[in-house]
Each structure stands twice: as structure tokens, then as C-alpha cells.
Design a binder for this molecule. Structure first.
Ligand SMILES: Cc1ncc(C[n+]2csc(CCOP(=O)(O)OP(=O)(O)O)c2C)c(N)n1
Ligand SMILES: [Mg+2]
Length: 185
């Protein structure tokens, strides 16, 4: 399963949940599948989607919050896994699209082939962790995560294969902020 195929499975299951996206191709693929007001796209800073998602989840305990992350992003901010586990937000679902490379910047190899990120999440104290590698498993696992208390961590093993024809996020950072806040009202 390629990244785009994984987004096509997950996005229709999101309902109106806010989704905080890691930068790079994660944003672009999700934007291409379906742009949503409740999508926050991190345009620049790598590694911070999980911190922002944690903040939204703590600030809005009445909403279930989803983070779309990448393996390189998670490796860059591994301490945030501990922060999330310590805070135990029941309403946070952390999804990691793990292609084992930094695809957005030229497919340099990441360490996620050797370091199983789902086991790291389980070790630090995420309540529910799963790993999937095909579309059927993905749909079922994501629905379980939406139905059960978190913090949850879903490692989605995908093959690299970003289509360069995929567009870029066309909204300015201010627009992204304003529409996300509107969607959370
Ligand atoms: C602080 C910081 N360092 C580096 C970058 C450059 N950069 C943008 S996306 C990216 C790779 C992200 O890798 P991953 O999370 O695995 O996502 P993928 O591109 O594989 O989908 C890098 C290195 C950045 N934007 N910010
Ligand atoms: Mg990657």
C-alpha cells in the first residue's frame, strides 16, 4: 500500500474530527485526497504536529483529535511520545505513515526500519498501539482507535511512492489557522 492509498482509506472515516498534519508530503497527499476546514497543515516545522495535536486534545477534551505524522517527523520529536503518554489524552489518535524514508526531501533512509515506532509508543505508555500494512487492516484498526479511549498510536507501514503531480497546499498559514479555529468552534 502506498501513502496515497492509505489516505484514501482513512480520510472518509474522519467525520468532522480535527486533524493536525505533519509537514511535507503528509500534508500534500491528504490535501489532494480531501481538503477539509478541520485540517491543520504544518507547512514548515518538522516534528511538531504531535505537539500541536496534544495541545488541541488537551484544550478540547470534548473533541477527538487526530494527528497525521511521518516516521521522520516522529523520530525527530521522539520526546513528544513520552509527553503524550504522560498526559494520557483519551481523545488523541496518533497515526504515523511510515515509509522508512524522508521522502519529502529526497528519500533519505530513516531509522524506522530498525526501530519499531509502535513498540516505542507502547513502551512509553500509549494506551492502544497497532501496526498495519494493508488497506483492510488499516480501515479496521483506525475504526477501533476511533471507538476506544486513547492515547492511541497507529503505525501504517507504506511503500514510498509519492506522485510528483500531487499539488501543494494552496492556503496561507493564516488561512489554515483561521479555518481550523472555525472548524473547532
Ligand atoms: C526542522 C526541519 N527540519 C527539516 C525539514 C525538511 N523536511 C521537510 S519534510 C522532511 C521529511 C519528513 O519525513 P517523514 O516524516 O518521514 O515524511 P515523508 O516525507 O517520508 O512523508 C524534511 C527533512 C523541515 N521542514 N523542518
Ligand atoms: Mg517518511
Amino acid at each position: 500500500m502506498k501513502g496515497t492509498e492509505a489516505f484514501r482509506v482513512i480520510v472518509p472515516l474522519l467525520g468532522d474530527r480535527p486533524v493536525v498534519h505533519a509537514n511535507g508530503y503528509i500534508c500534500r497527499e491528504s490535501f489532494q485526497v480531501q481538503d477539509r476546514e478541520a485540517n491543520f497543515y504544518m507547512i514548515g516545522s518538522m516534528g511538531l504536529a504531535s505537539s500541536i495535536g496534544l495541545g488541541v486534545a488537551l484544550g478540547r477534551p470534548d473533541r477527538q483529535v487526530v494527528v497525521f505524522d511521518g516516521d521522520g517527523n516522529v523520530l525527530m520529536a521522539m520526546g513528544t511520545l513520552a509527553m503524550i503518554a504522560a498526559a494520557q489524552p483519551k481523545n488523541l489518535v496518533h497515526v504515523v505513515f511510515d515509509n522508512q524514508v524522508y521522502e519529502s526531501t529526497g528519500s533519505q533512509r530513516s531509522l524506522s526500519g530498525e526501530i519499531p515506532l509502535d513498540e516505542v509508543a507502547r513502551s512509553v505508555g500509549y494506551r492502544h498501539t497497532e501496526r498495519v500494512a494493508n488497506e483492510e487492516e488499516l480501515a479496521a484498526a483506525f475504526q477501533r482507535m476511533l471507538a476506544e479511549p486513547g492515547p492511541s498510536f497507529l503505525l501504517v507501514k507504506v511503500e514510498p511512492g509519492f506522485d510528483p503531480a500531487t499539488g501543494r497546499v494552496t492556503h496561507s498559514p493564516e488561512e489554515i489557522r483561521d479555518r481550523f479555529m472555525r472548524a473547532l468552534k
